[in-house]
Design a protein around this ligand. Sequence first.
Ligand SMILES: [Zn+2]
Length: 88
Amino acid sequence: MNAVPLGGLGCAEVLANLSEFLDGALPAPFAARVREHVAGCRDCERFGGAFAVVLAGLRERLRAGSDGREHDVDPSVAARLDAAWRRS
Ligand SMILES: [Zn+2]
């Protein structure tokens, strides 16, 4: 865990809202904070369990910008990431 939460969110809060984030159900300002957190946090991956690959893919996407590189993310996951990326 980080002493100063990235994006003003703790890992638990990010993980609790990750499904909604991917579904585009979060308000844009909150989604932006989730993105900011995931972009800089490696702990979420450790705590994320089944979401670890999603988080890894999301962070790669955030790092790479929007050039669409997919790395080793499952295509269905990548599609959801892509949709979340475009919405937020
Ligand atoms: Zn985190």
